[in-house]
Design a protein around this ligand. Structure first.
Ligand code: GAP
Length: 510
């Protein structure tokens, strides 16, 4: 746990030190759970969004994108159920006066037991070495089985309470598990209450008598209310999808874990409209497809897992999360939901407009069913960034910080570095920079010794350094240094563009 905390602190401080993420309004002591992306952060974030957009919109003929407004008609949030049911169960500790999400307290408790299992497995793995059989160990070891039985029992009670909206039951579970407030250390808890997460504001210059509108808590509703516009103007045939990237806002009470849970964040969502009855087939399809997308970034498969929902939202008939092992444990990164015809039907009822599709093959009208894929940009950023950050001890005993970002996502694809700041090398380096800058985001740097410049590029995640030396002037070649292996090769300048294009590719996953 202490190690995890240390690793997480390093992620936060590295992100700040190198211009990836700053606390919002920092000179005014910050604003809780709101962050600004700096000069490198915005590049990584834009690359993540572009990578998602390409894989969803560009690579699928039957998916198109939109960009709907953040402000929407207030009735939309009535129809979607957010006004009545977009709540978190909150509980206060009477001694510290701190407020917590009751569900998060319980989930954190489960995570601690999971951590104990993980430690048992790691210990056994060390002991047995290559002969270790993980599956056999977790299904027979008495200590692991005892921990697992505890988790199963807590999960059962927790799901029952959540399904029945039993707030008193949630409180009782917290008391029975002897969960204490991390600040006061006491178990002096209030009742559990529901709290709506939407931010409300007034539209119009005079607040009196004007309508209350909400900052959207998800981008999905902007897609549903444009279903007919897109289907008709784009002559879309079911099955088809509508994708959107945009800001969402939630008044998160337990705002912590850096950019994992923010009050203002970005989502990348896609709603896929299908024939009724075919939704579970498409659910399985998108479940597999989305995991492939994550793996295509080169992060090992064991960092991801599915978490199928036991408690389904009232509108869903299947749901799973893709969880990622963040520095603070496995947590939700993306949700894949089979939302039935709930949203289109509700918007039809509330708007009085028929949101249906005429299927010419079946010769019938129906309300399409929907599979949703919904992923946070910021959580993807945190997943990619935290996994990439490493400290390596080199042969000479020195330590280098290296941000091993997938090349396709790295802010700068290459740095162009004249070995020395004289003898015509800067001019040659500038020439190379100008030749490549229309294809790649580059950095030019001539300050400090070359070793220090390499270290800086390692720390910000630049996959390639192009070094211009005296030989370059005669042989028209440069040294290309690769970030992760630190290997160097000599490349003719005329081949540089092709070399970089070939090396900055996503990993293809079958
Ligand atoms: N339209 C469905 C929907 O919004 P969700 O599970 O509430 O589903 C989807 O959110 C994704 O949005 C999550 O998996 C997460 O990646 C991201 N997300 C949700 N709340 C967030 C928050 N407060 N801060 C950062 N990301 C968040």
């Amino acid at each position: 746990m202490a190690n995890q905390e240390e690793a997480f602190k390093k992620v936060v401080s590295h992100a700040k030190e190198y211009g990836y993420i700053f606390p919002s309004s920092e000179i005014y002591d910050g604003l809780a759970a709101v962050y600004d992306y700096g000069q490198l952060g915005v590049e990584l974030k834009n690359n993540i969004k572009q990578y998602w957009w390409k894989s969803m919109v560009q690579y699928h003929e039957n998916i198109v994108g939109i960009d709907s407004a953040i402000f929407m008609h207030p009735s939309i949030w009535k129809a979607s159920g957010h006004v009545d049911a977009f709540n978190d169960p909150l509980i206060d500790n009477k001694d510290s006066k701190k407020r917590y999400r009751a569900d998060v307290l319980i989930e954190d408790h489960i995570a601690k037991i999971e951590d104990k299992i993980k430690k048992e497995v790691e210990k056994a793995q060390k002991r047995f070495g290559d002969a270790f059989n993980r599956e056999q160990f977790v299904s027979t070891n008495p200590r692991v089985l005892e921990h697992q039985a505890k988790i199963d029992e807590i999960t059962r009670r927790y799901s029952e309470c959540m399904n029945a909206n039993d707030l008193a039951g949630l409180r009782q579970l917290i008391i029975d598990l002897e969960i204490a407030c991390p600040i006061s250390g006491t178990r002096n808890w209030t009742e559990v209450r529901q709290f709506n997460l939407m931010f409300a504001t007034k539209m119009g210059s005079v607040s009196e008598g004007s309508d209350t509108i909400y900052l959207r808590p998800e981008t999905a509703q902007g897609i549903f209310v444009n279903f007919l516009n897109v289907q008709k103007s784009g002559r879309m045939k079911v099955p088809f999808g509508i994708a959107q990237i945009g800001k969402a806002f939630r008044n998160e009470i337990v705002a912590r874990q850096f950019i994992f849970r923010m009050r203002e964040f970005e989502q990348m969502e896609m709603q896929f409209f299908v024939r009724p009855g075919e939704e579970l087939k498409w659910f399985e399809y998108w479940k597999a497809e989305r995991l492939k997308w994550h793996l295509s970034m080169g992060i090992p498969a064991e960092k991801y897992r599915y978490h199928d929902h036991e408690k389904l939202a009232h509108y869903a008939n299947a749901a799973t999360d893709i969880e990622f092992e963040f520095p603070f444990g496995f947590k939700e990164l993306e949700g894949i939901h089979s939302r039935t015809d709930f949203d289109l039907t509700r918007h039809s009822e509330f708007s009085g407009k028929k949101l249906q599709y005429f299927d010419s093959e079946l010769n019938e009208n129906y309300t399409p069913y929907v599979i949703e894929t919904s992923i946070g940009v910021d959580r993807t950023f945190l997943a990619v960034f935290s996994h990439a950050l490493k400290e390596e001890t080199l042969e000479d005993g020195s330590v280098r910080s290296v941000l091993g970002l997938p090349a396709v996502l790295a802010p700068y694809k290459a740095a162009v570095l004249p070995l020395v700041k004289k003898d015509g090398l800067p001019e040659k380096a500038r020439e190379i920079f100008d030749m490549l800058k229309f294809d790649f985001m580059l950095q030019y740097d001539e300050k400090d010794a070359i070793g220090r410049r390499y270290r800086r590029q390692d720390a910000i995640g630049t996959p390639y350094c192009i070094t211009v030396d005296n030989d370059t002037l005669s042989d028209n070649s440069v040294t290309v240094r690769e970030r992760d292996t630190m290997s160097q090769e000599r490349i003719p300048i005329e081949n540089l563009k092709t070399y970089l294009h070939q090396h900055i590719q996503p990993i293809s996953v079958q």
